[in-house]
Design a protein around this ligand. Structure first.
Ligand code: IDP
Ligand code: MG
Length: 137
């Protein structure tokens, strides 16, 4: 069984979409193996998005990700990394396929409701950034 890191970003929490998003994952058959609410510090957000540090939108992205509490989850399932990315839809909601989480609820390319790891390597790094072994069930 594969694991991935999923985040309901501050816009998703503010829009009261926690239940809707978790429902998409659970009805797909993913198991929630860990979950917590957290308000990220600047350095926690910068460390998480380290790979994007040179991108022009980096500072705004960090401001957005630290603008309020978010939900961190470890999801488990068969091929969950790729399947979660499919459920999320494209980064820009204008390009996201109909019925995906971002097509349904995202406001913009930045404020796009969810994060999901994009590879086994990033899933390992991202899960370890936020969860210790004893927090994952
Ligand atoms: P992803 O979340 O679909 O994997 P990435 O390219 O990894 O997309 O970008 C990480 C996050 O940075 C996005 O989810 C989004 O919040 C933000 N972002 C990406 N591209 C842009 C942009 O062009 N303008 C503003 N924000 C962006
Ligand atoms: Mg990404």
């Amino acid at each position: 069984m594969q694991k991935t890191l999923s985040i309901i970003k501050p816009d998703g929490v503010a829009k009261k979409l926690i239940g809707e998003v978790v429902s998409v994952f659970e009805s797909t058959g993913f198991r929630v193996a860990a979950m917590k609410m957290k308000w990220l510090s600047k350095s926690e957000a910068e460390g998480f998005y380290y790979v994007h540090r040179e991108r022009p939108f980096f500072q705004e992205l960090i401001e957005f990700m630290t603008s309020g509490p978010l939900i961190l989850m470890v999801l488990e399932g068969e091929d969950v990394i790729k399947r979660n990315r499919e459920l999320m839809g494209a980064t820009d909601p204008a390009e996201a396929a109909a019925g995906t989480i971002r097509a349904r609820w995202a406001h913009s390319k930045q404020n796009n409701i969810v994060h999901g790891s994009d590879s086994e390597e990033s899933a390992k790094f991202e899960i370890g950034h936020f969860f210790s072994g004893i927090e994952i069930f």
